[in-house]
Design a protein around this ligand. Structure first.
Ligand code: F3S
Length: 286
């Protein structure tokens, strides 16, 4: 019986940065509020809340003498302008990879007529990305969705298009969409904006799941990148998504030869180690 832990497990660069910024402010005695949950991980959110961090949904709700933290997903252009115009005390922890997409979209807003963005239209990162584009924009979740968007809006094909993706989009789906766009949307400018962390984690999820009889994906159930890892692994082997060891069914490890552990970008390495120790304890008892 063997347990393999993915090398990419633990916070990604952007999440690590936002948590570090929040902790440094709290440790220096500042009162902070995050705009939405800092990351999609309930344990980390609770840890910060225990230290005094509060969550608000709009900068207008910021209490006096508090600093607002913009989380790694970033915010929309409107919210950012509101913060600046109202002289709100803030720290911008938007991940630089997300900022880069905002910049690409903004820079091409006047040169391109339509933005086509791959991802989840309700995700805060996507809401932010679209807000920096002045013209029409559409979100697609996969190749079929992209084709449907073109069918429903045939005028798009004649216009200048800008195509980007959410940083955590599926690499496999993105490749299919790009191949299609290169053939049928020849007037499109395409920017590959899936972040490096996402690419490496998805690659490792694919490899790990092919070697294991069970993969445990650790991460928040609302986390987009964690969900993608789950989707990749579950195509190859039995896979469960857990937020903590309490979500692991007692008998699931029975008769397994090799169990893989992989974690989303917002899962702390301490939780990965805890779950590994827990599994070792179960396996030792079997
Ligand atoms: Fe940034 Fe990529 Fe993490 S965009 S927040 S490094 S998943």
């Amino acid at each position: 019986m063997e347990i393999l832990v993915a090398k990419t497990s633990g916070f990604c660069f952007g999440v690590n940065r936002s948590i570090k910024i929040s902790n440094e402010l709290l440790n220096s005695g500042k009162k902070i509020c995050t705009l939405g949950k800092i990351i999609h991980n309930p344990l980390v959110v609770k840890e910060l809340s225990d230290k005094g961090a509060k969550i608000i949904n709009h900068p207008c709700m910021l209490p006096d003498n508090n600093t607002l933290i913009i989380r790694s997903h970033g915010v929309s252009n409107e919210i950012f302008n509101y913060i600046k115009n109202n002289a709100i005390d803030y720290v911008d922890a938007t991940c630089p990879f997300v900022k880069k997409i905002h910049q690409i979209v903004k820079n091409h807003s006047k040169k391109c007529d339509v933005l086509l963005a791959a991802g989840d239209k309700n995700h805060p990162e996507m809401i932010g990305i679209r807000s920096y584009f002045y013209g029409e924009s559409y979100v697609f979740e996969n190749l079929n969705d992209l084709k449907k968007t073109i069918e429903n809006h045939p005028q798009i094909k004649e216009k200048k298009l800008l195509i980007v993706s959410q940083t955590t989009f599926s690499v496999e789906k993105w490749k299919k969409c790009v191949n299609f766009a290169k053939l049928y949307l020849t007037n499109a400018l395409i920017f590959d904006t899936i972040c490096k962390t996402t690419i490496l984690r998805q690659k490792e999820a694919e490899e790990l799941s092919k070697k294991c009889d069970l993969v445990i994906v650790i991460g928040g159930k609302e986390s987009s990148n964690t969900r993608k890892l789950y989707d990749i692994c579950s195509k190859n082997t039995e896979t469960i998504l857990v937020e903590s060891e309490n979500d692991i069914p007692k008998k699931i490890c029975n008769n397994k030869k090799r169990i893989g552990i992989i974690a989303g970008a917002s899962t702390p390495i301490s939780l990965v180690n805890e779950i590994k120790n827990y599994l070792e304890m179960i396996l030792w008892r079997v």
